[in-house]
Design a protein. Structure first.
Length: 452
């Protein structure tokens, strides 16, 4: 077995695969950041709100106020460095740190593809994406034809995890047997040209549900096989363009379409690099061409990448450590590639109780949270307890009274079901600490969603 592993680690692939991926990744990230700025989302999400919801363990990550634009400037500059392959290692590390910091400021803005960009950029910190067709190689006057195959395959594996785990997550009774929540979402799209007439049809809801699950489960394997690769890529384009038409999912479709090009052969990417070289009139005559790129600190990097990949394989299953229904409690839901599986609607009200007098009053959430934050807070328990502690601190100061309690009452509808009580209204949330333990103040779901 050790011999087989060593044999694999000695295999090589075209360096052009990593170079082409570097350029595409950098361009996509640059466009994404500029798009974010153009829509004034920096101000809306990171500067304007009075309160930001924190990831557990990352309360130290705070907004920089107006200087948040500096963070974006750092990330944009890093993207340019990535595209050009200039000071690549520094550029990708700066991008990973700045982008991830931005995402950690407020978990209200959590999206699966933001998480994907963060972990992918972390992986790219250890890979030689500047080994050819880069300013780094031009400055050093050394370019490489080949890189270790595992450096390319690690990107493929990460993409495979995203797709396959998203498919596994769809193997549940709501998705397959009730076509939920697609039935809710598609029924509101009847105004679309050509396909709008099908949006209320039950057969279409089930076709989309089952087709989506089959697509996610099969696409990594179809991309891996040379005979089905082109067909698979056509499916990738059709699937992501179609979902982009149906749903406001931002840059996710474009990121996945471009990322899956890594599955194509090294010769394919070599042709792309050759075309770019001709277009940019890059001759590279004074550059020494060497055969195989050899990584410094190879064993250390292999160890880091192996642990990283193992974590990505195991971490999405942490929900198994919790009792009760995952879609109801959402304990272990994030960071597990559960893409568009739930539709929750409802409300949560907070009551401040003065223990000294027995008096109480209801909080107007709109005075503390923007509309988007209110929507996210209403249905997610960790948001609720964090907001309760914020309210407690605020009103202890406002009322000059330490002896108060914060109680919440919420009703939630999950995937088209009737609204049900969500939180135990008799629990003082100021006495609840947010941690990784099960939140026993969430009321039972009293239903069952079978599956993974």
């Amino acid at each position: 077995m050790n011999q087989s592993i060593q044999s694999y680690l000695n295999k090589t692939s075209r360096a052009a695969s990593l170079a082409a991926f570097r350029i595409l990744f950098g361009m996509l990230m640059l466009f994404s950041l500029l798009r974010f700025l153009s829509k004034d989302w920096v101000f809306k999400f990171y500067i304007e709100p009075n309160f930001h919801f924190k990831y557990y363990g990352f309360s130290w990550v705070t907004t920089w106020g107006e200087y948040t634009y500096v963070l974006f400037a750092i990330a944009i500059t890093a993207c340019i460095g990535i595209i050009l392959g200039f000071k690549y290692r520094l550029s990708i590390i700066l991008f990973f740190l700045s982008f991830t910091y931005i995402e950690l400021i407020d978990k209200t803005t959590y999206l699966n593809h933001y998480y994907f960009v963060s972990i992918l950029s972390f992986l790219l910190c250890f890979l030689p994406l500047n080994s050819t067709f880069s300013l780094d190689s031009s400055i050093k006057k050394v370019s490489y034809n080949y890189v270790p195959s595992w450096t390319v395959d690690s990107i493929k594996l990460l993409l495979g995890v995203v797709y396959f785990y998203a498919g596994l997550a769809k193997l549940n009774s709501d998705w397959l047997l009730r076509a939920q929540p697609l039935k809710i979402w598609l029924s509101s799209k009847t105004d679309l040209p050509l396909i709008g007439q099908f949006m209320n049809d039950t057969w279409f809801h089930y076709a989309m549900s089952w087709g989506g699950a089959l697509y996610d489960l099969s696409i990594p394997f179809l991309l891996l096989m040379s005979k089905t690769r082109l067909f698979a890529f056509v499916l990738v384009v059709i699937f992501h363009v179609f979902t982009r038409i149906l749903f406001p999912i931002g840059m996710f479709p474009f990121i996945m379409i471009c990322a899956t090009l890594i599955f194509f052969s090294g010769e394919f990417h070599q042709k792309i690099i050759r075309i770019l070289s001709n277009l940019l009139n890059i001759k590279g005559k004074s550059t020494e061409i060497r055969a195989i790129y050899k990584l410094k600190y190879r064993e250390l990097i292999l160890g880091v990448v192996a642990v990283f990949m193992l974590f990505q394989l195991v971490f999405p299953f942490r929900y198994l450590c919790y009792p009760d229904e995952l879609f109801w409690t959402e304990e272990g839901y994030r960071f597990s590639w559960r893409v568009m599986l739930i539709e929750k609607a409802g409300f949560t009200t907070f009551r401040i109780v003065n223990y000294n007098t027995g008096n109480s009053f209801t909080v107007e959430n709109k005075y503390f949270l923007n509309e988007f934050q209110q929507k996210q807070m209403t249905t997610q328990p960790d948001f609720i307890v964090e907001y309760a502690h914020f309210l407690g601190a605020h009103y202890k100061k406002e009322l000059n009274n330490e002896n108060i309690g914060v109680f919440a009452e919420g009703y939630i509808s999950l995937n088209g079901r009737l609204s049900k009580p969500f939180i135990d209204p008799g629990i003082d949330l100021l006495k609840v600490k947010d941690n990784f333990a099960h939140k026993n103040w969430i009321l039972p779901f009293e239903d069952e969603i079978k599956g993974l």
